[in-house]
Design a protein around this ligand. Structure first.
Ligand code: PRP
Ligand code: URA
Length: 209
């Protein structure tokens, strides 16, 4: 069964409050999303495996540790997921980046896929799928479907804000995908917005509407 982690680190919670604030403008919103993505990734990488190596310091030989195991790829769900990529690359600069393009049909709220481009060795990598919002869960579920169809085996999903309804749907559809959340909110509105949420993540990141 999928594990769900809600990050209660004070810095993440502090920055998330200003991300939610309707008076936060586009520039600051972008910077805050970037910073929270870095902090969340720092927490997620706690689970990375290490291997022992020898290193020559200026003084002596020493046993030391470096990261081992599968290489990473970051997969933003377009558009809003793009806002989280640089924050993750700050920590893992060599990670590859794939893209899954989806939008929610405003009437049906169902995801519509319009673009997919992934690293060719996607089946060998650990994938961090990112999107600021997990609302009905439709987009994240469709993105994971799309990744699995193309051979992905090892996927984590990271979002800023989730509705309980979306988390349940995602757990049911993809029990092998752990979910990492900064804020778990109350519910979904009838229009499919997360309450209290932050509004439309893509519009706030890119200054559209
Ligand atoms: C938003 C958000 C998620 C999706 C979440 O994207 O970034 O991808 O909605 O909703 P769901 O869980 O109900 O599927 P949107 O469709 O607005 O597209 P955009 O990123 O291009 O603005
Ligand atoms: N997508 C968003 O950007 N915001 C929501 O609240 C729900 C879906």
């Amino acid at each position: 069964m999928a594990k769900v982690y809600v990050f209660d680190h004070p810095l993440i919670q502090h920055k998330l409050t200003y991300i939610r604030d309707k008076n936060t403008g586009t520039k600051e919103f972008r910077e805050l999303v970037d910073e929270v993505a870095t902090l969340m990734m720092f927490e997620i990488t706690r689970e990375m495996s290490l291997k022992e190596v020898m290193v020559e310091t200026p003084v002596a030989s020493a046993k030391a540790k470096v990261i081992s195991g599968k290489k990473l790829a970051i997969i933003p769900i377009l558009r809003a997921g793009i806002g989280m990529v640089d924050g993750i690359l700050n920590l893992i600069p060599a990670a590859k980046v794939g893209h899954v393009g989806l939008y929610r049909d405003p009437q049906t709220l169902k995801p519509v896929e319009y673009y997919v481009k992934l690293p060719s060795d996607v089946h060998e990598r650990e994938l961090i799928l990112v999107d600021p919002m997990l609302a009905t869960g439709g987009s994240a579920i469709a993105a994971v479907d799309s990744l699995k169809t193309r051979g992905a085996k090892n996927i984590k999903f990271m979002c800023l804000i989730a509705a309980p309804e979306g988390v349940e749907e995602m757990k049911k559809a993809h029990p092998d995908v752990d979910i990492y959340i900064a804020g778990l909110d109350e519910k979904l509105s009838e229009q499919g917005y997360i309450i209290p949420g932050l509004g439309d993540a893509g519009d706030r990141l890119f200054g559209t509407k």
